[in-house]
Design a protein around this ligand. Sequence first.
Ligand code: PA5
Length: 421
Amino acid sequence: MQLDFQNITLSEAALKSSQEARKLLESRSGSGREFLGWLSLPEEEAGRVQQYLNIAADLQKLEAVIMVGIGGSYLGFKCLYEALKPAVGQPHGPEILFAGHSLDGDYHRQLLEYLEGREFGVVVISKSGTTTEPAIAFRLLWSLLEKKHGAAEAARRVCAITDKSKGTLRQSADNLGFHSAVIADDVGGRFSVLSPVGLIPAAVAGIDIYSLLQGAMEMSDRLRGKDGPENPAIQYSAYRNGLYEEGKKIEILVYYQHALQYLAEWWKQLYGESEGKDGKGIFPASAGFTTDLHSLGQWIQDAERSIFQTILDVEQAVSPQIQKQDNDGDGLNFLAGRSVHDVNRVALEATRKAHGEGGVPSLRISIPAIDEFNLGSLFYFFEYACGVSAYSLGVNPFDQPGVEAYKKSMFRMLGKPGYEI
Ligand code: PA5
């Protein structure tokens, strides 16, 4: 992974502040320090890979596996799955479906109807074990499983990933005998992709979780204990906080491959929940180019100058070549011999130049290819840089007090005991 930049002068103050923030993170002396378990997940989880593969092997025998979770208990695996599955057609192994990531009644009805005639299993993920959306989805799915197979057989088709002792999901897992794995107390939802939260679903989907952890470990070696301004996490933090100080309040994470759409969704949660508090924080947005150049392009080029972009650049892809045609009816012979990926990367450079001229500064994060190793490396990079950046901004990266407000309001309206006015 490489980071470079265009049309940005690095602010000395932001650099210094990011270097200080990195020390705060590593010395475990900043706010929220009780949630720094993710720093050492790659090496710790490497020792549990076989355990996760064993659980996955049982579920892989089924026709479909439903991943139930929301927020940090959903987006990490969703990102991996979307990035690594074939772009078209069905991947090998059980069909992977999702539930509990919304309260969409139509979706859940159709899912249950679809599963009625299928052999399916469930991976239910909730750190608290009490989150409403996945709890409702799991209740529906468990009822169907139990009706079809009886409780004992149904339990063999369920894996619960949750706290070691707290929450109703842990109680059900222990009482009914589900497969289960523990989310450590010191790992928060949005920092949990490299824990069983991301690794067990990934193993079920046939993703190489060992390589994922290797990529994360390599990035951890590159970042941890490195004070210098060349540390890419310090740089990323310094550039974005420097830009924020100059009035660039929105960061658009731009990707040029459909496969990276959910990396952007995962990143938005990571940065939005970690930094957006105390009246501060860059708004994390995303765009998929060149598709969105035909919708958001006008705004980005020409509207209020409150944005900067961070571009995800993938250096290699296996892509078809554009052929020469004798009559050149479509006028594309000037591209003959070039690959679609090559044209995409020219689009990236050209768009970056045009946006730069339009007053949009750009950072670029390049990876050699979309694979497990590079995704592991990106996960660790963004998590570490997020901790540094949030400390540099002066907020606690590891809490999310604002998320509670909607829950309280909803529980009151739904009549949940304990939430009466
Ligand atoms: O990052 C977070 O903490 C949240 O997005 C949670 O992951 C999300 O609310 C789901 O919580 P839980 O895993 O407790 O069901």
